[in-house]
Design a protein around this ligand. Structure first.
Ligand SMILES: C[S@@+](CC[C@H](N)C(=O)[O-])C[C@H]1O[C@@H](n2cnc3c(N)ncnc32)[C@H](O)[C@@H]1O
Length: 322
């Protein structure tokens, strides 16, 4: 693949976000320069979008995020291209409706860089991290009624165990759920430090190389609070629907649960007939809609990981609409 000028410089704002795999994303989406209608479904601080708008002067952007703070930051970062951008608050699973409202019938590229941003993680008032004590909130969209404390205080033991098992792959999910219920009979859940302490007490020290016990519990709750996997499944469908023929879908994921969904979706959409093996004639009418451009997920180069540790677990998969 030809390469283009990559001019990303890290921000000085303590709440800034460094876009991961920025060279690879820019190469796939911004090059060669041509008229380009880009939907960034996870605008964040506008890091990727900013690079694409700088590298392709014919690009126009519809930027979506469900976090109002993120949109404010992105508006500032993208002010240099204000006449080429439209920003809207909403979920990328709903991107077809959001695009229609913005007057877009189709797009040439859709980018999804899923998960949380550095500003969300770093602001302890948001409750995504346990490095400093904060409220058990974890909502990306603070208009939503579902917070982490609400789940911890209202879910049944079985529901909590399922969240920890399915979204955190925690082996002792039942034991953790039981301890959470026992504790809430005395005092309701409200703060991150209390939950982190209980996780360590119940789950113990991690095996060598494994993440600390609270990390997986916080990940599981965050995924449940924001329905992140449901959003991803719906968002991938919506993205393929809205792409024009030849359009590019690029998805960055940060853990195996997300990457599995993307991988399976790409495979399914790149397959023509999906009739059971041995079926004499095709009865499924399924048609391939995607060409997969990345046989294996693209991962960050060593220099990027060195300067941005978040890039270490990022995986990029890219496909072209047929
Ligand atoms: C990893 S950050 C994106 C960073 C961005 N690519 C950049 O370079 O600045 C993920 C962003 O996606 C947003 N987000 C996550 N799930 C979303 C969803 N379902 N709909 C809309 N935005 C979402 C989060 O609020 C967050 O701001």
């Amino acid at each position: 693949m030809d390469t283009i000028k990559h001019n990303f410089k890290g921000g000085t704002d303590p709440f800034s976000h460094t876009p991961v795999l920025y060279r690879e994303v820019t190469d796939y989406i911004a090059f060669p320069e041509r008229p380009l209608k880009l939907i960034d479904g996870t605008l964040g601080c506008g890091g990727h979008s900013s690079l694409i708008l700088k590298n392709n002067r014919q690009a126009v952007l519809l930027g979506i995020d469900r976090d109002g703070d993120a949109l404010e930051r992105a508006a500032e970062a993208l002010a240099f291209a204000s006449e080429r951008i439209q920003l809207c608050r909403g979920s990328y699973s709903n991107l077809k409706d959001l695009a229609a409202e913005a007057g877009w019938a189709s797009a040439d590229a859709v980018l999804l860089d899923i998960g949380v941003s550095s500003p969300q993680l770093d602001d302890f008032h948001r409750g995504f991290s346990y490095r400093e004590n904060g409220p058990l909130d974890m909502r990306m969209d603070r208009r939503s009624p579902r917070t982490a404390s609400r789940l911890l205080n209202k879910c049944t033991e079985e529901e909590l165990a399922q969240i920890f098992r399915d979204y955190g792959e925690i082996k002792q999910s039942g034991k953790l759920a039981r301890a959470i219920i026992a504790r809430r009979d005395e005092q309701s859940w409200s703060e991150t430090a209390e939950l982190a302490e209980l996780c360590t007490k119940v789950l113990g020290k991690p095996r060598k190389g494994a993440p600390p016990a609270p990390t997986l519990c916080f990940q599981a709750l965050r995924i449940a609070v924001n329905d992140e996997l449901g959003e991803l499944e719906k968002g991938l469908e919506a993205a393929v629907d809205i792409l024009a023929p030849g359009g590019i879908l690029a998805v960055i994921s940060f853990h195996s649960l997300e990457d599995r969904i993307v991988k399976n979706f790409f495979r399914h959409e790149a397959t023509g007939c999906i009739c059971p093996p041995g079926c004499p004639v095709c009865i499924c009418t399924h048609k391939a809609r995607l060409d997969i451009l990345t046989k294996k997920p693209v991962t960050a180069q060593a220099d990027e990981v060195k300067s941005n540790s978040r890039a270490a677990c990022a995986k990029l998969r890219v496909a072209r609409k047929i």
